[in-house]
Design a protein around this ligand. Structure first.
Ligand code: 5GP
Length: 202
C-alpha cells in the first residue's frame, strides 16, 4: 500500500487553520495529528482531541526517549508531534495533517523531504489582527506576542511548498485548494518513480 502524504499546514494565529482543517477531516483519507503541549487548555478544548495536554517534565521525558517526530518551544510552551502515531497513520495510506508552526515545519522537511508544506494565510496582516482580537480568548499581552511571532513566521514562507489564502467566509475554498495540492502531489512523477514497470507488469 502506498504511504499517505505528510501534510504540514502552518499559519499565523487567526489564519483559520482549525476551520480549514475541519473541512479536510470530513474526508476519511485525512487524519489529524494530535500534538502534545505544555500549554493550558483553552475553554472548550478537549484532552486527546485538540492536544495531549501534558506537563513540562513529561514533555522533556518524551523528547529524551525519541518519542517526538519534531517539537518546538512557542510563546513559552512546548509543542510536539508524537512519532509513533504519525508513522502508523502514514503506513496505513492515509494523509496526515500536522498543524504546526514554522520551526517544526522546517524540522519535518529535513527529516521527511517528501512532506508537503502549506502556508495558510489570512488575506492580510490587518485582517489577521482583527480576527485575533475578535476571538477574545487571549489576553492583550498574548495577542501582541502572537502578532509579533506572525511577523517573523511570514518571513519563513519561502521555505514552504505552497501558499493558500483563507479569505473571509472562504474557508471551504481554502480547503479545496489544499485538496488540489494533495491530489497533484499524489499524481506527481516524483512520487511515482516506478510508473513504467508498474504499468507494464500490472
Ligand atoms: P496554539 O497555542 O494556538 O494552539 O498553537 C500555537 C502554535 O503552535 C500554532 O502555530 C500551532 O500550529 C503550533 N503547534 C501546535 N502543535 C504543534 C506541534 O506539535 N509542533 C509544532 N512545531 N508546532 C505546533
Amino acid at each position: 500500500m502506498k504511504k499517505g502524504i505528510l501534510l504540514v499546514i502552518s499559519g499565523p494565529a487567526g489564519s483559520g487553520k482549525g476551520t480549514v482543517n475541519a473541512h479536510l477531516l470530513e474526508r476519511d483519507d485525512f487524519v489529524y495529528s494530535v500534538s502534545a503541549t505544555t500549554r493550558a487548555p483553552r475553554p472548550g478544548e478537549v484532552d486527546g482531541v485538540n492536544y495531549h495536554f501534558i506537563s513540562k517534565e513529561e514533555f522533556l521525558h518524551r523528547i529524551e526517549h525519541g518519542d517526538m517526530l519534531e517539537y518546538t518551544e512557542y510563546c513559552g510552551n512546548y509543542y510536539g508531534t508524537p512519532l509513533k502515531e504519525a508513522e502508523e497513520v502514514l503506513a496505513s495510506g492515509k494523509n496526515l495533517i500536522l498543524e504546526i508552526e514554522v520551526e517544526g515545519a522546517r524540522n519535518v522537511k529535513a527529516r521527511y523531504p517528501d512532506a508537503v508544506l502549506v502556508m495558510l494565510l489570512p488575506p492580510s496582516y490587518s485582517v489577521q489582527e482583527q480576527r485575533l482580537r475578535g476571538r477574545g480568548t487571549e489576553t492583550e499581552e498574548k495577542i501582541l506576542e502572537r502578532l509579533a511571532r506572525a511577523k517573523e513566521e511570514i518571513l519563513c514562507a519561502p521555505a514552504y511548498d505552497y501558499v493558500v489564502y483563507n479569505r473571509d467566509g472562504c474557508d471551504t475554498e481554502a480547503a479545496e485548494d489544499i485538496l488540489a495540492i494533495v491530489t497533484s502531489e499524489k499524481c506527481s512523477l516524483r512520487r511515482n518513480p516506478t510508473v513504467a514497470e508498474d504499468y507494464l507488469n500490472a
